[in-house]
Ligand binder design. Structure first.
Ligand SMILES: Cc1cc2nc3c(=O)[nH]c(=O)nc-3n(C[C@H](O)[C@H](O)[C@H](O)COP(=O)(O)OP(=O)(O)OC[C@H]3O[C@@H](n4cnc5c(N)ncnc54)[C@H](O)[C@@H]3O)c2cc1C
Length: 554
């Protein structure tokens, strides 16, 4: 009996002292600890924002933010279709943590910064802040991104610009369900996908009928309609001139609730803090945005920006997964020494560092193309060709990296108390929405055949790096010939996108101040030395240097 209680005491002590468990990754600076991000911000013309981004990184790294993210996902949105009297209200209730996160996002102007405070490096600086914000929580970034993209399209309409932009360009999160005039801030969503077709939006059947005052009434449905609590959505519908883009506010000009009926919320794999709805349009009030019959190009103006955010958001999630893997490997000892000193784990970690670095530099380079003034043909070509390619590739790499990073943490990685499981569930959606993988690769082919001069911009990027790495010098000329050759089979579009993005990332890393990463990226991505899973190399790579170059101590 006595002995048992002694054993009981010993066992309790052993399980309570936390020995060989990893310290929590909280209260650190997301910017200063990330040398790849800092380097990319400086290179892509946003050096003026460095101290502001460091302050943002410091603020975001606080424990309370990670806790808010957990709460917003654990207690997800709840739909309330009717009030107690049976009147339709179509409201979504969120946990206070959701609103706290969105208030901080609005304060950082992630939904409008380049439009409210334009200038050199504005899109890059926003992308860097977004990259850090997504490391905290991703669901809140869905309406944030849609608003950022929608403003680009709405600016072209004088009436919308006059009536809506002052509220959308504020730094306030105002979640109240009120007409715009009563609000201090606003958010915009998007409705394209219907049951019978998402990628092929020409299959949309929602009907838009013009009425006497020139506005329209929508009748139909949307199968995916995220953030239905937004103050308005850009919606595709068939008008008498064909598929057109419409602006559908939550309230009519008479301040009456518009006929947008939320049918139910989707039960999703990830992105659980965010509400994604199915809606019916019951003669919903709408106004035309852009030219009638030109709905796809009009809404694609928004889509180009949201695709950039899919790249940046995935790159940010990759960085957070990597940060946890590095943190764990440095503190967890196995078979007598820390994981980070075990050669095979070094191969895995170094490979994760390379993948994350490539995604980071690509996202910020792409953001720079969005900073270029209209008329800059070189940057327009980079934007046109590299946006779909980057969206395809980075979003494909994300889930694989998240799974491997999770495994670095062993069983702890699989448990919900750490964010790895949530990051893993979050990853695939960026590849699916805003144009799925194949659609992005077909978009590359379309871009190349419509704008053959774009190849010159890619060539210039490669030629500038000539002479820095023998593998790179060998690999890029055949790709340029292939890009310029035309006649690309659809079936090979993924292969072409893969070669292009690998060389493009290699060029960006060769241009960076991170030589161990650049050399190893070329060694492992431009030659057959790397196997098809993380950490599988034939021959040595500078693993320790790569790991050291990827994390700067708090
Ligand atoms: C969580 C979530 C939220 C969403 N929120 C919104 C929203 O707010 N608004 C909105 O409008 N939509 C939203 N969507 C919908 C999303 O944009 C679509 O699911 C996506 O565009 C794919 O369309 P689909 O589901 O109809 O699939 P499909 O179009 O049927 O495509 C299925 C597959 O076929 C592939 N494919 C398509 N065409 C070709 C081709 N020619 N050759 C080879 N392969 C092809 C696609 O890449 C895809 O992998 C959301 C989706 C999710 C998961």
């Amino acid at each position: 009996m006595e002995q048992g209680s002694v054993h009981g005491k010993v066992a309790r002590k052993a399980s309570n002292d936390g020995s060989n468990q990893t310290p929590a990754l909280i209260d650190y600076n997301l910017f200063d600890s990330d040398p790849v991000l800092v380097d990319a911000v400086l290179r892509e013309n946003a050096g003026g924002f460095r101290s502001e981004l460091a302050a943002t990184g410091n603020e975001l790294g606080r424990a309370d933010n990670f806790d808010a993210a957990r709460l917003a996902n654990q207690y997800g949105p709840v739909l309330r279709t009717h009030d107690a009297r049976g009147v339709r209200i179509d409201e979504v209730e969120f946990h206070p943590a959701w609103h706290a996160l969105l208030s901080a996002i609005a304060r950082r102007r992630l939904h409008n910064r380049p439009w409210s405070q334009p200038g050199t490096g504005a899109h890059v600086a926003r992308a860097a802040a977004y990259f850090m914000q997504t490391q905290i929580e991703s669901g809140t970034l869905c309406p944030t991104t849609m608003t950022y993209g929608a403003i680009a399209a709405m600016r072209r309409d004088a009436n919308l610009a006059r009536d809506w932009l002052p509220t959308l360009l504020s730094d306030q999160h105002d979640a109240r369900n009120l007409p715009l005039a009563a609000k201090a801030g606003g958010m915009i969503g998007m409705g394209m996908t219907e049951k019978q077709g998402g990628s092929d939006v020409r299959a949309n059947t929602t009907q838009a009928t013009r009425v006497a005052d020139g506005s329209y009434r929508l009748l139909g449905h949307k199968w995916f309609f995220s953030a239905p609590q937004c103050d308005a959505h850009l919606v595709l519908a068939q008008s008498e001139s064909g598929l057109s883009c419409f602006f559908v506010p939550r309230y009519t000009p008479e301040d009456k609730k518009n006929g947008v009926l939320i049918q139910r919320l989707k039960d999703k794999l990830g992105n659980r803090s965010n509400a994604s709805a199915e809606v019916e349009f019951d003669h919903a009030y709408a106004t035309l945005l852009g030219e009638p019959g030109r709905g796809i190009p009009t809404i694609l103006e928004m889509g180009t920006f949201t695709r950039l955010d899919c790249v940046t958001g995935t790159a940010g999630l990759m960085r957070q997964a990597l940060a946890h893997a590095l943190n764990h490997a440095r503190h967890r000892s196995v078979f007598g020494k820390p994981l980070v000193e075990q050669p095979l784990m070094q191969s895995v970690l170094a490979d994760l560092c390379l993948e994350s670095a490539a995604a980071t530099v690509l996202a910020l380079r792409l953001a720079r193309a969005f900073d270029a003034p209209e008329g800059d043909e070189h940057e327009a070509a980079i934007r046109r060709i590299m946006t779909p390619v980057a969206k395809f590739w980075v979003c494909k790499r994300g889930p694989e990296l998240a799974a491997e990073a999770m495994e670095v943490l062993g069983g702890n990685g699989y448990v919900e108390e750490l964010p790895l499981a949530r990051i893993y569930r979050e990853m695939p959606v960026n590849s699916i929405w805003e144009g799925s993988g194949n659609v992005m690769c077909l978009d590359l082919l379309r871009g190349l055949s419509r704008y053959p001069a774009s190849v010159a911009a890619i060539e210039e990027t490669f030629v500038r790096m000539k002479g820095r790495d023998a593998l790179f010098d060998q690999a890029y000329p055949p790709l340029l010939l292939r890009l310029a050759g035309g006649g690309w089979p659809e079936a090979e579009a993924r292969h072409l996108a893969w070669r292009l993005v690998s060389l493009f990332c290699a060029a960006l890393l060769l241009d960076s101040g991170l030589p161990p990463l650049a050399t190893a990226f070329c060694q492992t991505r431009l030659s057959p030395r790397r196997g098809s899973v993380f950490g599988s190399f034939e021959g040595p790579i500078a693993a320790k240097e790569i790991i050291a170059a990827s994390w700067r101590e708090k």
